[in-house]
Design a protein around this ligand. Sequence first.
Ligand code: ATP
Length: 228
Amino acid sequence: MIKMQEVYMTYPNGVVALNGVNVTIEQGEFVYIVGQSGAGKSTFTKMLFREEVPTKGSVLVNNTDITSLKWKEVPYFRRNIGVVYQDFRLLPKLTVYENIAFALEVIEESPKSIRKRVMNVLDQVGLKNKARFIPDELSGGEQQRVAIARAMVNHPSLLIADEPTGNLDPETSWEIMRILEEINASGTTILMATHSKEIVNTIKKRVIAMEDGMIVRDEHRGEYGYEV
Ligand SMILES: Nc1ncnc2c1ncn2[C@@H]1O[C@H](COP(=O)(O)OP(=O)(O)OP(=O)(O)O)[C@@H](O)[C@H]1O
């Protein structure tokens, strides 16, 4: 469960990116975050995996106020959160397999268990046959599927997707959405910042709309609500 209470975020340059955010998201929800460029969507998501610390307010993730975590506690906390980005952020010199295994090797898993878990998660995103490829040898949609596999390999309770379809053509975007829906169906909370009116209006979910660092709308099975 996620609970933000009176969250404010002012960046060091004086920009107020969050201006009093209050929200509760239950385990297993699928939530779109919408709003114009600069509204605070990315900053909102960054609060949830301690990429940024709010200037004021509390951010509860599974009953822990993560604003007060010590730096050495942050990596352990982040194992329970997967993050995917618009630009995939795979390591270019590593194979698909290595990109995903990397997330496990750093937490000292045995080689046998790493192999099993990596192949399982690659199977889940339909890319078992591309395990030895490097990112450059894959399409954008395939790279995003690898990024999703990497984010999911630790079985996090929350998956944050910051414009996951932003660099993909419409057909590939629907494929990615199908995978995200499957992940959500197995109980993972999904928080997806997006500019895609078509996706939001077609695959109906909870919609949180932000403007000027504030939540201005929060609807179950909501609409995108902005002209694009
Ligand atoms: N690291 C930073 N330092 C200073 N200002 C920042 C930083 N990151 C974001 N901002 C500012 O905070 C505001 C909110 O940015 P944020 O990236 O959260 O918006 P967004 O809704 O995700 O936008 P987009 O849709 O373009 O990704 C913007 O005015 C932005 O310029």
